[in-house]
Design a protein around this ligand. Structure first.
Ligand code: GTP
Ligand code: MG
Length: 196
């Protein structure tokens, strides 16, 4: 999609604070520091729309971005990351409550994109999330992040390993880099493919 405008619509601490369902929503989900906010910025071609940070766990709200382009509107939703170190049980419960209530109740949710770092193996968390989405019939894609971190040979090898580990067909796993823009057109194509 050729993005015409992108702006923050709201940062909400709870689902009840979100605007009424409207344009289709694409949710970005994944471990803290995996690159959700960076990918979102790259997708819309804006360097600092979504806040990124080297301090994991900074995004603890639902950030909704309104995007217009190619004659259509979308909402991109940056969800809080999970899995940062030293998190208390209470915080973990809060994360789960917020994310599950968003994913489980939001009528305008169109697609969930689970991010996975190219250099890490999927953990129990990623497997559980994919399972959780599948059980509810929520369409999901996996986006591999930070492909720029490995040389092409290693990159291909890791992609193969990750596809096997995730048990997903190649078309449902898209390799990207927010730094170089690798895979961004593929990701837009995949998103657009779910909108028709
Ligand atoms: P939380 O909001 O804490 O859940 O993290 P996040 O998933 O939004 O990650 P964020 O986009 O803030 O990125 C975390 C770190 O990874 C930052 O230092 C980014 O610059 C870096 N990063 C993100 N994407 C890429 C990428 O494609 N390549 C490289 N080399 N670094 C990246
Ligand atoms: Mg973030």
């Amino acid at each position: 999609m050729k993005v015409h405008t992108a702006e923050i619509e709201i940062s909400a601490a709870k689902v009840a604070d979100l605007p009424p369902p409207g344009p289709p929503e694409i949710a970005f989900l994944g471990r803290s520091n995996v690159g959700k906010s960076s990918l979102l910025n790259r997708l819309v071609g804006r360097k600092r729309l979504a806040r990124t940070s080297s301090t994991p766990g900074k995004t603890r709200l639902l950030h909704v971005y309104r995007v217009e382009g190619d004659g259509r509107s979308l909402r991109l939703v940056d969800l809080p990351g999970y899995g940062w170190a030293k998190v208390s049980k209470a915080e973990r419960r809060r994360w789960r409550g917020l994310v599950e209530s968003y994913l489980g109740t939001r009528g305008s949710l169109h697609l969930a994109i689970l991010l996975q770092d190219l250099r890490r193996d999927p953990s129990e968390d990623e497997h559980e999330l994919l399972e959780w989405l599948a059980q509810r019939g929520i369409p999901a894609l996996v986006v591999i992040t930070k492909t720029d971190k490995l040389k092409p040979m290693r990159r291909k090898e890791r992609l193969r390993v990750l596809r096997d580990a995730l048990g997903l067909p190649a078309a449902q796993v898209i390799a990207t880099s927010a730094q170089t823009g690798d895979g961004i057109p593929d990701l837009w194509r995949a998103i657009a493919g779910t909108l028709v």
